[in-house]
Design a protein around this ligand. Structure first.
Ligand SMILES: [Zn+2]
Length: 200
């Protein structure tokens, strides 16, 4: 980027590394940062610094949290015999927003996807199996997205948990096939949780 000053070029390059941000959007965001008052731009920088300093994955469920264990794992009013498995923290947030689920969670950080080079060892599946095997867990609810990777990962987990004798269920098709968990309506998501079925 020879026509931009070095500092601007490097800001554009940082924005461009973000998911879903192309070159043109990165340039627009950089223009925006250049235009806004210093204190606004520094507040953004500070917000980034704060999350990087404070937020860590919970050692139990891997949810992003400022406390360890996270506020959900540490809540004595939640039912520790239920573990709901989700792909990403945003799915956990979507389920929490339904207000109907009172168990714990487990965040995988993705799905098994051989084409993208993601194997089971790249996810938190071993830790999930260890939690299920430890006792005190009666049901693992798989709430992965209804796509090929979500289906494959659900099957893999169900198989992996077979010998723990913990009941493994999947949320039902209240979440329409192809529509992501974090984009489902609250009522559809609560229904699909309520109408969960044994994982085949
Ligand atoms: Zn936790």
């Amino acid at each position: 980027m020879p026509s931009y000053p070095e500092s601007v070029a490097s800001l554009i390059a940082e924005f461009e590394r973000m998911p879903g941000i192309g070159r043109r959007t990165a340039e627009r965001l950089a223009q925006h940062v250049l235009r806004i008052p210093s204190e606004d731009a520094l507040r953004l920088a500070e917000a980034i610094r704060k999350v990087k300093e404070r937020v860590r994955p919970c050692a139990v469920c891997f949810n992003m949290a400022e406390a360890d264990p996270c506020h959900i794992c540490g809540d004595p009013l939640r039912d520790p015999s239920l573990i709901c498995v989700v792909e990403q923290p945003k799915d956990l947030v979507a389920i929490e927003e339904t207000g109907t689920y009172r168990g714990l969670y487990h965040v995988l950080y993705g799905t098994i996807s051989p084409l993208d080079g993601v194997g089971p060892e790249d996810l938190t599946i071993d830790a999930l199996a260890a939690r299920a095997a430890k006792g005190g867990v009666s049901e693992v609810i798989l709430a992965l997205n209804p796509d090929i990777e979500g289906d494959g990962t659900s099957l893999y987990i169900a198989k992996k948990l077979e010998k723990t004798r913990v009941k493994v269920t999947r949320i039902s098709s209240g979440v329409a096939r192809g529509s992501a968990i974090d984009r489902s309506s609250k009522s559809a998501l609560s229904e699909s949780l309520r109408l969960r079925k044994p994982s085949a």
